[in-house]
Design a protein around this ligand. Structure first.
Ligand code: AMP
Ligand code: MG
Length: 303
């Protein structure tokens, strides 16, 4: 419901009716339609599908635009809460293979809110400094402070993905990471951070098309990494690792959501809606004044 917080309920407008029609394109709320469940096998996922959504691209874009105001408003409430002693934060964790669209989503979703309230981190191959520490060290340092929306482009989950598939650690070591990840995320959630985990799943064919496009366009060469082809050659192994990650680290406090990513517009809609529903669930008000408003008005009058 857009305008829920800024408008009186009695002042329903034609805009609200249009919005409700668009929201009704979700046959089921995005958070439940996209939530991973034990019968969902990413190796059999139709990456071109739009689970829960029966609208088209144009409607999806209109809904995103219509929700942008509410997203911006809720982000500001979260920020205000953090400024006045609240301990809450939101952490959006994006995981996906090369070309799944993580970067575009970050740009898109962050573009909808005040960038001052966002803490963004992309996690690549650990630097020399990072490699000296436990794998959670760099993650802990990047956690969003109270009041912020944190965005992770890749995360500690790489420890059960690339590390496993590329054999960077012996199996007995990476096998332990699933439980460690769950314990870590439970700790983060208990400290007041809502974790929104999203796996963007692109098909092997669509990945090929996106890599080919990078090779055709000089403005995309910078995104291309010859090493991506080695990763691509292990596509099936990565999907096995993704499936195990979903099965073993989707918990009540930090559930996974699976977003088919062949349609970029759907992935953007899905992530926007999942972040919005996380913010709505915080049910944030505006912090009360910590001063006497009437007295301040009087003083200002006299000044
Ligand atoms: P990109 O997201 O395209 O900048 O690529 C980042 C690269 O860093 C990917 O190939 C990841 O698999 C890799 N990466 C991220 N985290 C780790 C990690 N913990 N260990 C090894 N490689 C990693
Ligand atoms: Mg890359």
């Amino acid at each position: 419901m857009s305008g829920r917080h800024s408008k009186n309920d009695l002042e329903r407008t034609a805009d609200d009716d249009v919005l409700h029609d668009l929201e009704d394109r979700w046959e089921e709320p995005s958070a439940s339609a996209l939530r991973w469940h034990k019968d969902l096998d990413v190796r059999e996922l139709d990456c071109d599908s739009t689970p829960g959504w029966d609208g088209d691209r144009e409607e999806a874009e209109r809904l995103i635009a219509a929700h942008a105001t509410e997203l911006d408003d809720l982000q500001e409430r979260l920020f205000a809460d953090g400024r006045t002693g609240g301990g809450r934060a939101v952490l959006l964790m994006l995981q996906g293979l090369d070309t799944a669209g993580k970067g575009g989503i970050v740009r898109h979703v962050i573009g909808l809110v005040d960038p001052q309230g966002v803490q963004h981190h992309a996690f690549g191959v650990p630097t020399e400094e990072e490699a000296k520490h436990d794998y959670l060290w760099r993650i802990r340092r990047a956690l969003p402070k109270p009041g912020y929306i944190g965005v992770f482009d890749r995360s500690h989950n790489e420890q059960v993905l690339v590390v496993r598939v590329e054999g960077l650690e012996p199996e007995e070591t990476w096998q332990k990471h699933y439980d460690e990840i769950n314990a870590f995320e439970a700790e983060v959630a208990a400290a007041g951070t809502t974790i929104v985990k999203i796996a963007l799943i692109v098909s092997k064919d669509e990945q090929k098309a996106r890599l080919a496009e990078r090779l055709e366009r000089p403005d995309k060469y910078w995104k291309y990494n010859p090493g991506d082809l080695e990763t691509r050659a292990k596509f099936a192994d990565y999907l096995d690792a993704y499936q195990d990650m979903l099965e073993r680290t989707s918990t009540d406090v930090a559930p996974w959501h699976v977003v088919p990513a062949d349609k970029k517009w759907f992935a953007r809609l899905a992530v926007t809606e999942l972040v919005l529903s996380a913010l709505r669930a915080l049910d944030l008000g505006w912090p009360p004044a910590e001063f006497d408003v009437e007295e301040q008005k009087k003083l200002l009058e006299e000044n």
